[in-house]
Write a protein that binds this ligand. Structure first.
Ligand code: ZN
Length: 432
């Protein structure tokens, strides 16, 4: 067994308390062997975490990682116009190589900001899986199925691709990749396709992930045409079961929050995207009070515009208070729980907790910074004051992905250069 000890740090425990401890990792098995004092002794390798906070690697519960290529390309528009006028036409020009290099850029950014696992909905998913395998992260991947504006044959082929991707990629990268069936949303996939393909996904044993109640425009048409709220509509189509998870949940009413809690379906809160597209504010404290599992996600870089879970968590804590007019809503402890175990539970991964037997997915944060001084409360610092650049080391599945800010699995400069060039060429193709 090859072991790695992370010594001398403060460690964030699953109950969201912080204690002084070392962490001993089995690198071959990719799991935490022990958390306690004096574990450095016989380890094959040691990382000095003195002056640092050792946390679970952050879990980004909803992303479109290859959209890094469109970061800063189209801003300051509402969701529908942004998608129809800018995003969809440009995405139509994406090549498999674009998706691969865009994903690598996103993964580089995730590693540099302490994220070790994520859920991703996009297309050309095998290229994303290749990037995940190379970068060393953990992911739940799926093909975003869209059937509006397609004829029946195209629609069925797209849904079929969603199933095939879920089946083919599950378990890839030594089990670091898992999958889901991912209908894009309740208004971009026709009811007949949901009715046909969701049961087929159940046969594969994969969860369902979709954008739910992101904007009022996703709620009104369903209420008008079907006479029920969207979550009731989703439940009727078998899309709200334990282990399923939806992104956003901005426009959920009490009956829908109750449905989610009862079903064991989780919500990924994406506050930056919701603010930037002026979609609204998700009722996060109400969901937590009702017992819904809530995680945090960045959504795509084009609507954020970064993939830092630290920024996202601060946004979640801030906007949660504004939503309720209550400074005690979405407190630091809740926010930190959401960015780690909340997201992990929501997307069906065992990471998000530092404890014996848990996956060895960790981030080590440098506390010796002006903006992280003094150390009254490190959970508060994680929720409100820590920046992506404070992450010193990132470890996933027992492997060191970043040491002292140096990413070991991806060539940072060549990834940035290739992605920058691919993005410019993509936009040029789309505009001509
Ligand atoms: Zn999204």
């Amino acid at each position: 067994m090859t072991t790695l000890a992370i010594t001398g740090g403060q460690v964030l425990l699953p109950d969201i308390s912080v204690t002084r401890a070392d962490v001993l990792i089995d690198q071959d098995g990719g799991e935490i062997l022990e958390i306690g004092d004096g574990l450095a002794g016989d380890a094959d390798e040691t990382i000095d975490a003195s002056g640092s906070l050792v946390t679970p690697g952050f879990v980004n519960g909803h992303s479109h990682v290859a959209m890094t290529l469109l970061r800063g390309y189209a801003d300051d528009k509402p969701l529908d116009a942004w998608l129809q006028e800018d995003i969809f036409p440009t995405e139509a020009e994406l090549t498999p190589e674009d998706v691969h290099v865009g994903a690598k850029l996103g993964l580089l950014e995730m590693i540099k900001s302490g994220t070790t696992a994520f859920a991703d909905m996009y297309f050309m998913v095998p290229q994303i899986a290749d990037a995940v395998e190379e970068a060393g992260l953990r992911a739940r991947l799926g093909h975003g199925v869209i059937t509006v504006a397609s004829n029946d044959e195209e629609a069925r082929a797209d849904a079929q691709e969603g199933l095939e991707v879920a089946e083919a990629l599950d378990g890839r990268a030594d089990g670091r990749i898992s999958t889901a069936f991912m209908p894009h949303s309740l208004t971009t996939v026709g009811s007949e396709y949901l009715e046909e393909f969701v049961p087929k996904a159940r046969e594969l044993g994969v969860p369902i992930h979709f954008h739910g109640n992101e904007t009022a425009n996703e709620v009104t048409p369903i209420v008008e045409e079907r006479g029920v709220r969207p979550m009731a509509y989703a439940a009727e189509r078998g899309m709200l079961e334990e282990g399923d998870f939806l992104a956003h949940g901005v426009h959920l009413d009490e009956s829908e929050i109750g449905l989610l809690a009862e079903a064991g379906t989780s919500v990924i809160h994406c506050p930056a995207s919701n603010m930037k597209l002026a979609s609204g504010i998700a009722p996060v404290q109400r969901m937590l009070d009702a017992g819904v599992t809530v995680g945090i996600g960045t959504d795509g870089a084009a609507s954020n515009n970064d993939l830092s879970m630290l920024d996202e968590t601060r946004d979640a804590a801030m906007i949660g208070k504004l939503k309720d007019g209550d400074a005690s809503a979405v407190d630091a402890e809740s926010a930190v729980r959401m960015m780690t175990q909340g997201s992990a539970d929501a997307i069906g991964l065992e990471s998000g907790r530092l404890e014996e037997g848990a996956p060895a997915d960790l981030a080590v944060i440098d506390l010796e910074q002006p903006h992280l001084t003094p150390h009254h409360d490190l959970v508060s610092h994680l929720a409100y004051a820590t920046a992506a650049a404070d992450v010193r080391h990132t470890i996933c599945d027992g492997q060191v992905l970043m040491r002292d800010r140096d990413v070991l699995t991806l060539e940072e400069e060549s990834v940035r250069t290739a992605a920058g060039e691919a993005a410019m060429a993509l936009v040029e193709r789309a505009e001509n």
